[in-house]
Design a protein around this ligand. Structure first.
Ligand code: NAD
Ligand code: LMR
Length: 355
């Protein structure tokens, strides 16, 4: 028997498992792209009752992939089954926007899902937390062992609501996906510089996964034939960097919808894999990535009690906001604008939920 067959399987739940993002995502997870090539997996697929027949088809296809790491697939429409003893939860299940909508227009349709699911995580994921906590005699094990990633839009505010609805789970265990925007920004810079995307690092997405997000390349580097250069000094086109580059990234989701008549799925699934893999295995030395995390009111002047996308580094399954980057007036204004939108979204969401 190989080492891989002896390792304990981890339990990963994907919600919205009958949808289009999940269809691209599940294969990558099940073949070891995210949690490691030696890590057996139990995949729990949660969707709503009318989608159960579709889920059966997804289960059949996963079986037919004959993936050695995939130990079990559990389709369900019950949160108590879906969230029981999970190691990682990827919350995708929700309505996507259509052409002409902003993501925050989905708030009314989607935020209640994340309130319910946060509460269910609090209730059903809790037992595992306590057991691990006692075994390890260390509070930090909970921080390390479990993670909830919110993808469904508007992702930042849904994530905040899920976290608020799960008071027994530390806020650090929740994050929302802005890695797709991060990848879009890296790729735009790479195309402009004529290099492959792995030669670009340390772009930052600040704030909301919305059209007010601020893709910032003041601290980003390009590897040009072995020499590490700043993006501003390499591109030498401030008008582009402060104009079309920013708006292309901000509006990319809408552009994909206009063209495909469906929202991004392949690239979203890839970004989810990048995000979760970095949580599991850490970020590379000297590099940072973007993700939406809880703003405690002590980073970059961002108001407290928001899920705001920051540059983060991850080590030992624990993320840390990269501190001390110099922020110029141009950046400051954009970071404040996206924070203001998040404050408004949060207040609207809390209003909806109190009605
Ligand atoms: P989709 O419509 O193809 O699939 C969504 C699935 O969620 C459906 O199967 C639906 O039945 C299911 N669902 C709805 N309510 C549910 C609930 N309460 N519990 C479990 N499942 C539920 O949509 P999609 O294209 O997969 O997109 C899903 C979400 O992800 C959308 O909100 C979309 O806007 C968002 N998204 C976010 C990002 C990001 O970068 N953060 C990127 C792409 C898409
Ligand atoms: C994206 O950025 O592609 C997703 O958030 C989907 C959308 O609505 O734009």
């Amino acid at each position: 028997r190989s080492a891989s067959t002896q390792a304990e399987p981890i339990r990963v739940v994907v919600t919205g498992a009958a949808g289009q993002i999940a269809y691209s995502l599940l294969y990558s997870i099940a073949k070891g792209d995210v949690f490691g090539k030696d890590q057996p997996i139990i995949l729990v697929l949660l969707d709503i009752p009318p989608m159960l027949p579709v889920l059966d088809g997804v289960v059949m296809e996963l079986q037919d992939c004959a993936l050695p790491l995939l130990r079990e697939v559990i389709p369900t429409d019950e949160v108590e089954v879906g969230f029981k003893d999970i190691d990682a939860a990827i919350l995708v299940g929700s309505m996507p926007r259509k052409e002409g909508m902003e993501r925050k227009d989905l708030l009314k349709a989607n935020v209640a899902i994340f309130k319910t699911q946060g509460a269910a995580l609090d209730k059903y994921a809790k037992k595992t937390v306590k057991r691990i906590f006692r075994e390890e005699k260390s509070k930090s094990f909970w921080y390390k062992g479990h993670h909830v990633l919110v993808v469904g839009n508007p992702a930042n505010t849904n994530c905040l609501i899920a976290s608020k609805s799960a008071p027994s789970i530390p806020k650090e265990n929740f994050s929302c996906l802005t890695r797709l925007d991060h990848n879009r920004a890296s790729s735009q810079v790479a195309i402009r510089c004529g290099v492959s995307s792995d030669k670009v690092k340390n772009v930052i997405i600040w704030g909301n996964h919305s059209s007010t997000q601020y893709p910032d390349v003041h601290h980003a580097k390009v590897d040009l034939h072995g020499a590490e250069m700043g993006v501003y000094e390499t591109v030498k086109d401030e008008a582009w960097l402060r104009g079309d580059f920013i708006s292309t990234v901000q509006l990319r989701g809408a552009a994909v919808i206009k063209s495909r008549k469906l929202s991004s799925a392949m690239s979203a699934a890839k970004a989810i894999c990048d995000h979760m893999r970095d949580i599991w295995f850490g970020t590379k030395e000297g590099e940072f990535i973007s993700m939406g995390v809880y703003a405690a009111g002590n980073s970059y002047g961002v108001p407290e009690d928001l899920i705001y996308s920051f540059p983060v580094q991850i080590k030992n399954k624990t993320w840390k906001i990269v501190d001390g980057l110099p922020i110029n007036d141009f950046s400051r204004a954009k970071m404040d604008a996206t924070a203001a939108e998040l404050v408004e979204e949060r207040d609207t969401a809390l209003d909806f939920l109190s009605q």
